[in-house]
Design a protein around this ligand. Structure first.
Ligand code: NAD
Length: 249
């Protein structure tokens, strides 16, 4: 059994894919979780394998409780004890003001961006807890700078979902600190990924770039490096901590 096993949710592209590749490069056996795009997940797996890394691909909608349970059981059976969970899967909807937000949209944002993090963290804690024969481990949550700005007139639903992740990080880190589990969080600012393309936001991305002190957006690989550090033994006394990656914004 491999002693370094990481599950990265939403790893078929963007920050998740960059994180999966970085962990694999550093000796982890990685579970690439994806929701619907097997082709993209398979491409990431192909890159990892051609680089000499180890990985498996597991389909699961992480906002669905049964899928999450199956995801963790599959990894447990195929790879052994999980030591890192990166809660990364997330969605952003088109810019909108509150008055135009439907319950359907709000619920979709909350179940995908919040419920899924709770469910995956729950399953991870069950497997990792040293009080339940686990090896201990680390959970890194991907929040957003939006949790602090609130994203008015754009997507306060998304921002609020990320605020919930900050609070989850804080509370859970204290709840499981004596079970050998650290829980940390990264808060990226503008990162160039397809998430923005989905919302047809190229104009917004250009505008934001100009107010970032470093005058650019970040790369998915730059977020991956921070996630990796927080999950590594180099951050062994760090729990309940937040790392902002926003070029000074
Ligand atoms: P992305 O859209 O490229 O990647 C998100 C991934 O999550 C996709 O692969 C998607 O299929 C997956 N996903 C969505 N719902 C899922 C579900 N129910 N089950 C499983 N997978 C699911 O975007 P990204 O920029 O790489 O975003 C990754 C994380 O970073 C998200 O949590 C996002 O909120 C956060 N973030 C991104 C930025 C940015 O500027 N790109 C900034 C701050 C925070």
């Amino acid at each position: 059994m491999n002693k370094k096993v990481a599950i990265i949710t939403g790893a078929s592209r963007g920050i998740g894919a960059a994180t999966a590749k970085l962990f694999a490069k550093n000796g982890f056996t990685v579970c690439i979780n994806y929701k619907s795009n097997f082709k993209a997940a398979n491409l990431v797996a192909g890159e990892i394998k051609s680089d000499g890394g180890n990985c498996i691909i597991v389909q699961a909608d992480v906002s669905n409780e049964n899928d999450v349970i199956r995801l963790f059981e599959t990894v447990d059976k195929k790879l052994g004890a999980i030591t890192v969970l990166v809660n990364n899967a997330g969605i952003l909807k088109k810019q909108s003001r509150l008055q135009d937000m439907t319950a359907h949209r709000i619920n979709e944002i909350l179940t995908t961006n919040v419920t899924s993090y709770f469910l995956c963290a729950r399953e991870a804690v069950k497997k990792m807890s040293t009080k339940q024969q686990g090896l201990g481990g680390v959970i890194v949550n991907v929040s957003s700078g939006a949790a602090k700005s609130g994203s008015p007139n754009e997507y306060i639903d998304y921002a609020a979902s990320k605020g919930a992740i900050d609070t989850l990080t804080l509370g859970l880190s204290r709840e499981v600190a004596d079970e050998g589990i650290r829980v940390n969080c990264v808060r990226p600012g503008l990162i160039y990924t397809d998430m923005h393309a989905d919302g047809g936001e190229s104009e917004r991305v250009e505008r934001l770039k100009n107010i970032i002190p470093m005058q650019r957006g970040g790369k998915a690989s730059e977020v991956a490096e921070a996630i990796f550090w927080l999950a590594s033994d180099k951050a062994s006394f760090s729990t309940g901590n937040f790392l902002d990656l926003a070029g000074g914004l």
